[in-house]
Design a protein around this ligand. Sequence first.
Ligand SMILES: *[C@@H]1O[C@H](CO)[C@@H](O)[C@H](O)[C@H]1NC(C)=O
Ligand SMILES: *[C@@H]1O[C@H](CO)[C@@H](O)[C@H](O)[C@H]1NC(C)=O
Ligand SMILES: *[C@@H]1O[C@H](CO)[C@@H](O)[C@H](O)[C@H]1NC(C)=O
Ligand SMILES: *[C@@H]1O[C@H](CO)[C@@H](O)[C@H](O)[C@H]1NC(C)=O
Length: 239
Amino acid sequence: MFAIMPFLIIVLSSDYTKGEIELRAVKHQTVNCNERTVLQCNISSSMPLSIVKVYWKKTEDKDFECDPTSSNRPPGFECNYTGEALTLTISNPTPANMGSYFCCIKADSGHGAKEINVSIGQCIGEFSHQMPEPKQMQCSFNGVYPEGMINWFHYDKNLTSSSTVTSLVNSDGTFSITSVLNIQDDQEKYKCSLWSLKHGKYLKDQEFEVPVHADSRPISRISTQHCLSWTLIFLCLMF
Ligand SMILES: *[C@@H]1O[C@H](CO)[C@@H](O)[C@H](O)[C@H]1NC(C)=O
Ligand SMILES: *[C@@H]1O[C@H](CO)[C@@H](O)[C@H](O)[C@H]1NC(C)=O
Ligand SMILES: *[C@@H]1O[C@H](CO)[C@@H](O)[C@H](O)[C@H]1NC(C)=O
Ligand SMILES: *[C@@H]1O[C@H](CO)[C@@H](O)[C@H](O)[C@H]1NC(C)=O
């Protein structure tokens, strides 16, 4: 034991004099859907580094590698190395981009890597609705994240039990949720609401009217108007 100690001290201190690479980064980052994001690792070293290779990799995707010196980069990613920092730009983040990224440095004197965990906050998605049948209302939220449920209301009356819902996962990891409500009476006003399972609250409300004596004509004009006004209200709330 006492014989090993001095040996360890020599090994550790000799490693230090060779130039220790220190990488600093924000460990957890929550990024907004579709909002250009830059991950950054700051590099410092006790001695000038003679770099062999710098690159980014991703734990969930063995083929992922972003090397600033290579033109062959993962689609939707940019990376850069300035000497003081190594950056990875995600131009259009989606849930498929979540995971742990590593900035990696290989130098003559040693190597270093630092993990950054990326999660996605929320994807707003797009709303649409139509009448597939005379006695049916259909409401869709496309490109939503996280997963949600659609509830139906006529004023305060909860009509959700008369509806059927389907949920699909898109290739970018977002969800497309569609619910069809069977209309019993000729009521005019309906509201479909997107409930977020993760946040435990309603993310979006969409209210619309069914023409009295509804026939099978699609009500696209009303739909666009409502969509526009709700988008405006939503944008106003956000800013
Ligand atoms: C990295 O460096 C930049 C610029 O000097 C600084 O703004 C940022 O806070 C640093 N990040 C970390 C994690 O140290
Ligand atoms: C990489 O960094 C250099 C130096 O800061 C800068 O001039 C260049 O525009 C950056 N490239 C990208 C793709 O960000
Ligand atoms: C990052 O996320 C992965 C997978 O979710 C987890 O195993 C790992 O411990 C996380 N790393 C940090 C530094 O929190
Ligand atoms: C409406 O009903 C659905 C299912 O029947 C339920 O999950 C939901 O919590 C109800 N919402 C409200 C506000 O009562």
